[in-house]
Design a protein around this ligand. Structure first.
Ligand code: BT5
Length: 247
């Protein structure tokens, strides 16, 4: 994948700009980066706090895969970002919480949001992956409730990396992994995901629309990227949507 970066001082949301660009034919590898976002969002239109000091960007992709596997793009991004951050910050304490969060000592340092559109033959027209990393954001500038659950990498690790350095390292890991995944399938990527996550083996609550719909032990992720959870009654279910909280 060849990368083409477009950098902005401020955007409403790099995902929104990337969707518009993708609809207008932007090639795979287009990367939209903003220094801050005024309407950054997560899933279910939740607000994503995006002040200056953080790394906010979105990559346009046109994967040639069966759409049932598109959720793997989020897993792939999680692997790429975790690998890059572990090397840059020289720590193993950063881990993936299924499906789209990276935690450092149980606090969220990164969130990812993928979106896609199918054409009328049900092929993937485009997919985008938006990635937000708290590189040098000041935790005290976050809203109060976020100060309990989020942190920034530079602050926690007493480091002073720039957003550019972090972006370069993430894009290097991402392109290598993405090209390998397109050529050889998901096995190697899923194996790396399993070794970098903090979800499998934990007690989890599965939520949909903020309602708990199942609780149990997270046993595995399957080939589509769904999480397999088993409860006390021995019932096993897999979920490829919603979100989990780890007890
Ligand atoms: C996510 O949603 O974690 C996906 C976030 C994706 C953000 C990127 S930034 C570039 C691109 N442009 C966008 O507009 N979005 C993407 P979700 O799992 O729904 O989590 C949202 C929750 O995370 C919020 O309700 C807060 O509790 C928390 N949160 C908000 N801002 C945060 C931050 N900067 N750091 C850590 N947690 C945050």
């Amino acid at each position: 994948m060849k990368l083409q970066l477009s950098k902005f001082d401020v955007l409403e949301s790099t995902n929104t700009t990337a969707v518009t660009a993708a609809k207008e034919g932007a090639p795979e590898g287009t990367v939209i980066v903003a220094e801050r976002q005024t309407g950054g969002h997560g899933r279910l239109q939740r607000e994503w706090s995006s002040p200056k000091g953080g790394l906010w960007f979105t990559i346009v992709l046109r994967p040639k895969i069966d759409p049932q596997f598109v959720a793997q793009v989020t897993l792939l991004a999680g692997v790429a970002v975790t690998k890059a951050l572990r090397i840059l910050y020289k720590t193993d304490a950063i881990a993936i919480k299924w499906p789209n969060d990276l935690l450092l000592n149980k606090k969220k340092v990164c969130g990812m949001l993928s979106e896609m559109e199918l054409d009328d033959k049900e092929n993937i027209k485009y997919a985008i992956i938006g990635i937000g990393v708290n590189v040098a954001t000041e935790t005290k500038s976050f809203p109060l409730e976020l100060q309990q659950t989020a942190t920034s990498l530079n602050e926690s690790m007493q480091a002073s990396l720039s957003c550019e350095e972090v972006l370069d390292a993430i894009l290097r890991e991402f392109t290598e992994l993405y090209d390998e995944w397109q050529q050889n399938g998901s096995a190697a990527m899923l194996q790396q995901w399993r070794s970098l996550n903090c979800t499998l083996g934990s007690m989890v609550k599965v939520k949909d629309d903020d309602q708990v719909i199942f609780a149990g032990t997270a046993l595995a992720i399957d080939d589509q990227g769904a999480i397999v959870v088993s409860n006390n009654q021995g019932e096993t279910q897999s979920f490829n949507f919603g979100e989990i909280s780890i007890r």
